[in-house]
Design a protein around this ligand. Structure first.
Ligand code: ATP
Ligand code: MG
Length: 447
């Protein structure tokens, strides 16, 4: 993409309404625009990152054997009356009536809808295990939407639902989700710690939240800091192997890590004092096992291997896709702007032309641009007729992890500059080598 042809409405001033750094940078970098309280338009660069995050979520869900689908945003109130949640959910639910006076609602979550789909089509244990998920907009009429996409009213969420014949099988589904979430967040450059949590209106006993440590987080968390040494890495996991998934869950749930809702001071005090930490965290996901709560209320049963009809065991598992943009920026920025992890960056590499209109500089930038594209990468070429300082400030603000800087003086010596946004370190290299280096970083090489 060439910057002169893109839509990147960067703001010079810091917007007064934004209280936290991720919100400020998302507005300044032209990623989002508020449409009304807690509701945002996703401008091209924000949309790109949102889709990158969504893609990682899809890849890891499919890797774990979960099946993508799509349910609507608007739901009929009838199903929610069956589960009893139409009255329980309270004012966060946006209630709408259609022209015929039928009660509808904008879905805050989808347990009822998915249970209805399940009971209409599945009747035998032979069709299990089954995990269906979608990534869809949700609406919760939050009393205090704030911090930009972090606590919106309309937000984008992955929610998945497992259906299993009994508790043991459903606990495996729970474990499988925990394992796949660990890998999902790591691919986004995040350390998200599973913490024992409280189940809230969804109900059930087994639940973990995934929290990213950040001063601006809304949750208070307590943990043994040795959990920060755990690293999922590139393990080849067999998601059908119950023991393997369970042992990974044990690895991550043995060190103390809880939110304030389940915090147990006496137990916490058994952690050596040097490792006892409390701080703030951003909730980026949650997994639940809630057994037969919805299947009993809504008559979703399967025939087991003894020929008995039993209510299906379920769980639900959510990832805050739009909130993750805020969480990633909170975890990865400096005073100049965002620092995108390679896994989610909107463009792989920036190209800055120090002297637009100079024949050698323009030619070298074009060649670098085409070579990067040929490797399957997406560069962003700042081809504006602007001072170098302004171009650097924009690149630093939008946070592309790598930048190639091209100027007439370097070209006379046959070199361009490759700079890491994270460390600020630069290296002078011939243009082809700079391209090859960027290719290597993203695992792409010329054939
Ligand atoms: P919170 O405690 O932050 O209100 P929740 O526990 O009610 O969230 P869940 O039902 O667990 O939310 O939803 C799954 C995920 O969706 C959350 O872990 C969070 O990342 C995200 N999420 C929930 N509410 C919002 C919101 N208002 N704006 C953006 N993301 C949200
Ligand atoms: Mg939650």
């Amino acid at each position: 993409m060439r910057l002169t042809r893109y839509f990147l409405p960067v703001l010079k001033e810091t917007p007064a309404e934004a209280q936290i750094v991720s919100h400020r940078y998302m507005l300044r970098a032209g990623m989002i625009k508020q449409a009304s309280a807690g509701i945002y338009s996703w401008l091209p660069m924000g949309f790109k990152v949102l889709k990158n995050i969504e893609n990682i979520v899809h890849e890891e869900q499919v890797r774990a054997g979960h099946i993508p689908m799509l349910m609507p945003t608007l739901q009929s109130a009838d199903l929610w009356r069956e589960s009893g949640r139409y009255d329980d959910y309270g004012e966060e639910m946006l209630r709408i009536s259609d022209r015929h006076g039928r009660d509808m609602l904008y879905g805050p979550t989808n347990e009822e809808l998915i249970t209805d789909i399940f009971r209409s089509h599945v009747g035998s244990y032979k069709d299990l295990p089954l995990t269906l998920y979608h990534v869809q907009w949700k609406f919760r009429d939050e009393i205090r939407p704030r911090f930009g996409v972090m606590r919106g009213r309309e937000f984008y969420m992955k929610d998945g639902y497992n259906f299993d014949v009994d508790r043991d099988a459903a606990i495996h589904a729970y474990n499988r989700h925990m394992v796949s979430y660990l890998r999902t967040y790591e691919r986004m450059g995040l350390q998200a710690i599973p913490m024992r949590a409280d189940s809230g209106p969804i109900g059930g006993d087994d639940t973990h939240e995934f929290l990213v440590l950040a001063d601006t987080g809304e949750s208070e968390v307590f943990y043994d800091d040795r959990i920060l040494d755990l690293n999922f890495g590139d393990r080849a996991v067999d998601y059908d192997n119950w023991d393997e998934c369970a042992s990974i869950v044990t690895e991550w749930t043995t060190p103390y890590a809880r939110t304030d809702e389940t915090h147990d001071e006496a137990l916490f005090n058994t952690v050596p004092e040097a490792h006892r930490k409390s701080s703030r965290g951003i909730e980026v996901g949650q997994i639940f096992y809630f057994g037969t709560k919805y299947s009993e209320a809504m008559g979703a049963t399967v025939q087991n291997d003894k020929g008995e009809n039993v209510p299906v065991h379920m769980g639900s598992h959510g990832i805050g896709v739009s909130r993750l943009l805020g969480a990633i920026i909170e975890a990865s920025h400096d005073d100049k702007g965002i620092i995108w992890p390679e896994g989610v960056t909107p463009f792989h590499c920036g190209i800055v032309n120090l002297r637009q209109g100079d024949e050698a500089a323009d030619g070298a930038c074009e060649a670098i641009y085409h070579s990067l594209v040929a490797l399957g990468l997406e560069p962003l070429y700042d081809d504006r007729d602007e001072r170098a300082g302004g171009k650097f400030a924009t690149m630093d603000l939008i946070g592309l992890p790598w930048r190639i800087t091209v100027g007439p003086r370097g070209l006379k010596n046959g070199v361009v500059e490759l700079t890491s946004r994270r460390t600020g370190e630069s290296e002078e290299l011939p243009p082809e080598l700079a391209v090859a280096r960027v290719g290597e970083i993203y695992g792409k090489s010329a054939v």
